[in-house]
Design a protein around this ligand. Structure first.
Ligand code: ADP
Ligand code: MG
Length: 469
């Protein structure tokens, strides 16, 4: 079979799926899949992450293979290769490439064909939703592509599947924006009644209605909506009364097939003092996470924000900010706001030197940055019951080699250090060793579906440890 081998059959299968699955299901699972090539008895498709691969294998592998058999008359094995887009290449020469990408499209995402247009503005703005929190303004990178794609699918067909939808992730990573983008899209395209509130506000209203005996009004308000968005549910930890109320609200809406969406600053499993039945309801639908953006996505986000405003900020400065602020998008915005204010004040474009000076307090100092490698070493070492010194040592036993490679990989993922710098902090190793280690981990991730979740939870542990410093 040639490269194109079974491609026509693949396409036919995809179009059958398009008509047989719900639009939401189709776009979540098949919108991101691409045909790659065929061999004698197999077909290989690309998917964006091991999460996708595992989900697709359990949900659809049989169906895909049976459909292909009906179409080709052959028993074909379908395999999935992970082709993440936007790997963090770290280095300055990629900015031009990104500028081009950003200008033409959104950051080379796998989902570019599914971008939503802004909601048509025929109605007056929704009283609780920010008008600028739309999909149009939401830049998609590898940190949020699954979440954003699922959100777009839900906004097209609320209440049909993935109920509830829960978005979790650290502060400033775009949870509220994404949640409200769903709200704005539904609001602009349907007569559905939408309520957005924070868990804190939900709690306050509940308490007030207790005092005023306005319970019936409260229940009415929240149980008769088509779409309920509740932001920051971690606020409900320890508050059992409101948890009960939310549980009943949930049941009423869920049974009536109304869409419910939550956000939370951590995975639901890590929430404390939460009733089991509510935890179970939170986890029932689809839970997706938002991770910190990589350099390319940070660049794209800033580029977008600059384009949306009317102040000129040169690309070298966008590059400077993207390299030095990696925590979250809110911090990126704060840097931009500072430069914009300055530009408006002096009435001329800010120079690189001025930007460096103005933003110096916002940038992580080299000392802090160095601590971040040590912190990663410490957390990874503890996770494997080793010491940080083991990771820096020359020891080559397997129980140390793997954690060491993993630690290097994570440093490379979440910091901007060069492979040379990383090698130095790992006992003066050569940069090629660091590169080799990262390749090894990527290879292992392909073979072992449990590795990516392990890495994600390590990253979370590192972040938590970082905030406690
Ligand atoms: P969270 O709710 O997770 O704390 P927000 O949704 O408030 O974060 O996002 C913080 C800021 O970053 C907002 O101004 C939001 O518009 C912006 N932002 C977040 N993610 C993106 C993105 N992917 N593209 C563009 N802007 C984003
Ligand atoms: Mg928020």
């Amino acid at each position: 079979m040639s490269e194109a081998g079974y491609e026509v059959f693949w396409k036919e299968m995809i179009s059958q799926f398009r008509s047989n699955l719900t639009e939401q299901e189709f776009s979540v699972w098949f919108g991101a899949m691409e045909y790659l090539q065929s061999g004698e008895n197999r077909v290989i498709a690309a998917v964006p992450s091991s999460f996708y691969r595992d989900q697709i294998k359990t949900r659809y592998q049989n169906l895909i293979e049976t459909t292909l058999k009906e179409l080709t008359g052959k028993d074909l094995l379908v395999e999935f290769e992970i082709h993440p887009r936007n790997r963090n290449k770290s280095g300055s020469d990629i900015s031009n490439e990104i500028v081009k990408k950003t200008e033409s499209r959104e950051n080379g995402s796998l989902f570019e064909n599914q971008r939503e247009k802004s909601a048509p503005q025929t109605k007056k703005p929704h009283p609780q939703l920010r008008e600028d929190y739309t999909f149009d303004r939401y830049v998609i990178g590898e940190n949020n592509n699954f979440a954003a794609n699922a959100a777009m699918a839900i906004s097209r067909n609320p209440g049909t599947a993935y109920n509830p939808f829960l978005i979790y992730g650290g502060v400033g990573l775009g949870k509220t924006h994404l949640m409200q983008a769903i709200g704005n899209h539904i609001y602009g395209n349907s007569p559905n009644k939408i309520i957005y509130t924070t868990a804190e506000n939900f709690f306050n209203e509940f308490v007030q209605s207790l005092n005023e005996k306005g319970m019936a009004a409260f229940k009415n308000r929240y149980r008769q909506v088509d779409v309920l968005l509740i932001d920051d549910i971690h606020f409900l930890e320890n508050k059992y009364g409101i948890q009960e109320e939310l549980f009943f609200t949930y049941e009423a809406l869920y049974n009536a097939k109304r869409q419910i969406i939550f956000t939370c600053d951590r995975p639901v499993s890590e929430l404390k003092n939460l009733t089991e039945r509510l935890r179970n309801r939170f986890e029932r639908g689809l839970n997706v996470d938002l991770l910190p953006p990589n350099y390319e996505t940070r660049f794209a986000i800033l580029k977008n924000k600059v384009a949306a405003g009317n102040v000129e900020i040169p690309d070298v400065i966008i590059d400077l900010i993207s390299k030095n602020i990696s925590s979250n998008i809110r911090d990126l915005e704060a840097a931009l706001t500072k430069l914009t204010a300055f530009t408006n004040m002096v009435n001329q474009p800010v120079t690189l030197e001025q930007a460096q000076h103005l933003l110096r307090d916002m940038f992580v100092s080299p000392r802090q940055a160095n601590m971040s490698i040590e912190l990663i070493q410490k957390v990874v070492a503890e996770y494997f019951s080793l010491s940080a010194n083991d990771l820096k040592s020359k020891k080559r036993t397997q129980n140390i080699v793997f954690p060491r490679q993993l630690a290097m990989y994570i440093v490379r993922e979440i910091t901007e250090f060069s492979t040379t710098e990383i090698g130095q902090v790992f006992g003066g190793r050569d940069h090629t060793t660091v590169m080799y280690s990262c390749d090894k981990i990527e290879e292992k991730m392909k073979a072992d579906p449990t590795l990516e979740p392990t890495i994600e939870s390590l990253k979370r542990l590192i972040k938590e440890a970082g905030t406690k410093l």
